[in-house]
Ligand binder design. Structure first.
Ligand code: ADP
Ligand code: ASP
Ligand code: MG
Length: 424
C-alpha cells in the first residue's frame, strides 16, 4: 500500500478528546499498511483567537510578527497529536512547515508555495514514523522568515505535500460528511455530492464554499491529485474531487448544477464621479494592485450625459478594505474621482455547474428564484460555469435556500449533519 496524506481541520482537533480520536484514526491508517503523513490545523478557533489578541495590541496587525504569532497555533496541535499517537504505541514526529520543506514567496499573511522539499518527511517515514506537519505555514526562500498561506491554508499544505510525496490520495477530514450542494449550516436539505470535478469544485471554493480552499483545489488540479473530503467524526465515504470522473463508480453522476455557494467575507468599494475617459479604470486598479489587493467583481455604470462622470464599484475581501481605501485616497488627485463609498454589509451568492454551458435557461431561473424570495440584486458577474450576484448580507441565507430549492437540489431524505465547529 502507498502513501496517504491526511489533513485534519481545526474542528476535528478542537480539544484533547478530539486529538485522541484523530490519533486513533491515523494509527488505523498506519495499521492498514499505509505510510501516513498528517497535516494538522490549529485547535478549534485558535487562529481567530490569536487574531483577536493581536488586534488588542495593534489595530491592524500584518506582516512578519503576525505570521510568527499565527503559526504558533499549528505548532501546538502538531506536537499534541504526535504525543497522542505515541501514547497509542506508534512512532510519530512533528515538523513545522519550514522543517517539512514548505518553501514560499515572501508575501506575509498570504504567501504562495513555490517549492516543497520534503527530505525530512521522507526520512521520518522510512524510519517507520508517522509524520505530522503543521499546516498553513512555510518559510520564505528569500527572507528565510516564517510565512502563512492565508486563512484555510492547511488544505493547500496537504495537497502540496501529497504532490511532492507522490501520494495516492489527499484526504481532507473536516466536520461535515463531504462537499454538499450548499453549506449544511445554512441549508439543512443540502445533499452530499459523491464526486465533483476539480473544475466545478474550484468555482465553488472560489465563491466561498470554505470546505476546501480554492488554492488547494488549483494545486490538486495542476498535479492531478485526487482529494477525498470526509468527516473525521464518521466512517462514511465523503466526496471525491478529481479532474476526471472515476470509471465504474456507480455512485457517481455528472450533475448539471453542482451547488450554491455563498460568501459574506467581502465588501464593496464604489469610486464615485470618475471622469469617463480612457485610462481611468487602469489608474484605479493599478493603485489597488500596487497595494497587493486582489479584487473580485467590477461594475462600471453608464456615465451621465450631463456630467461625463461615472461610478465604478468593485468587491474585495473585508480584511483588505481599509488598505484599499487608503491606496485610493492617496491617488485621488491623480485619478480625479469625487469620493469613495465603502459598504461591508454585502453578501454574494453563486450558482455553479458545468451544465450551465449548454442550458440557456439557468440564468433566468436563478434570477426568478431570487426575485420570488424578494431579494434585490446589486451586482452580477458570470463565468462559463458560474453566475454570482451581490445582495444585502441579511438576505444571503434566505437567497441560498431559495436558489437551492428552485434548482431541485434539496435532499428528500436525511438532514445534513454538522458534527462540530462553530462556523467561525
Ligand atoms: P476545517 O476546520 O475542517 O478546515 P472549515 O470550517 O474550514 O473546516 O470547513 C468546513 C465547513 O465548510 C463546514 O462546517 C461547512 O459549514 C462549510 N461549508 C461551506 N460550504 C460547504 C459545502 N458546499 N459543503 C460542505 N461544507 C461547506
Ligand atoms: N488555522 C488556519 C486558519 O484557521 C489554517 C487552517 O485551519 O487551514 O485559517
Ligand atoms: Mg478549512
Amino acid at each position: 500500500m502507498g502513501l496517504v496524506v491526511q489533513k485534519y481541520g481545526g474542528s476535528s482537533v478542537a480539544d484533547a478528546e478530539g486529538i485522541k480520536r484523530v490519533a486513533k484514526r491515523i494509527v488505523d491508517a498506519k495499521k492498514n499498511g499505509h505510510q501516513v503523513v498528517v497535516v494538522v490545523s490549529a485547535m478549534g478557533d485558535t487562529t481567530d483567537e490569536l487574531i483577536d489578541l493581536a488586534e488588542q495590541v495593534s489595530p491592524m496587525p500584518t506582516g512578519r510578527e503576525f505570521d510568527m504569532l499565527l503559526t504558533a497555533g499549528e505548532r501546538i496541535s502538531m506536537a499534541l497529536l504526535a504525543m497522542a499517537i505515541k501514547n497509542l504505541g506508534h512512532e510519530a514526529q512533528s515538523f513545522t512547515g519550514s522543517q517539512a520543506g514548505v518553501i514560499t514567496d515572501s508575501v506575509h499573511n498570504k504567501a504562495r508555495i513555490i517549492d516543497v522539499t520534503p527530505g525530512r518527511i521522507r526520512t521520518a517515514l522510512d524510519e517507520g514514523n508517522i509524520a505530522i506537519v503543521a499546516g498553513f505555514q512555510g518559510v520564505s526562500a528569500d527572507s528565510k522568515d516564517i510565512t502563512t498561506l492565508g486563512r484555510g491554508g492547511s488544505d493547500t499544505t496537504a495537497v502540496a505535500l501529497a504532490a511532492a510525496l507522490d501520494a495516492e490520495v489527499c484526504e481532507i477530514y473536516t466536520d461535515v460528511d463531504g462537499v454538499f450542494t450548499a453549506d449544511p449550516r445554512v441549508v439543512k436539505k443540502a445533499r452530499k455530492i459523491d464526486w465533483i470535478s476539480s473544475e466545478d469544485m474550484l468555482e465553488l471554493a472560489a465563491s466561498g464554499s470554505k470546505v476546501l480552499l480554492h488554492r488547494c483545489v488549483e494545486y490538486a488540479r495542476r498535479y492531478n491529485i485526487p482529494i477525498h473530503v470526509r468527516s473525521s467524526f464518521s466512517g462514511l465515504r465523503g466526496t471525491w474531487v478529481s479532474n476526471e470522473k472515476p470509471e465504474g463508480d456507480a455512485q457517481v453522476e455528472h450533475a448539471i448544477i453542482s451547488g450554491v455557494a455563498h460568501d459574506v467575507s467581502e465588501a464593496k468599494v464604489t469610486v464615485v464621479g470618475v471622469p469617463d475617459k480612457p485610462g481611468e479604470a487602469a489608474a484605479i486598479f493599478r493603485a489597488i494592485a500596487d497595494a497587493e489587493i486582489n479584487i473580485d467583481m467590477i461594475v462600471q455604470n453608464v456615465s451621465a450625459a450631463s456630467t461625463g462622470l461615472t461610478d465604478i464599484s468593485f468587491t474585495l475581501p473585508k480584511t483588505e478594505g481599509s488598505k484599499a481605501i487608503d491606496a485610493l485616497e492617496k491617488s485621488k488627485t491623480a485619478i480625479g474621482f469625487e469620493s469613495l463609498r465603502y459598504d461591508d454589509q454585502i453578501g454574494k451568492i453563486s450558482l455553479v455547474g458545468a451544465g450551465m454551458k449548454t442550458n440557456p435557461g439557468v440564468t433566468a431561473d436563478f434570477f426568478k428564484a431570487l426575485s420570488d424570495a424578494g431579494v434585490n440584486i446589486e451586482l452580477i458577474s458570470t463565468s462559463e460555469i458560474r453566475i454570482s450576484v451581490v445582495t444585502r448580507q441579511d438576505d444571503v441565507n434566505e437567497a441560498v435556500r431559495a436558489v437551492h430549492t428552485a434548482f431541485g437540489l434539496d435532499s428528500d431524505s436525511d438532514e445534513a449533519v454538522v458534527y462540530g465547529g462553530t462556523g467561525r
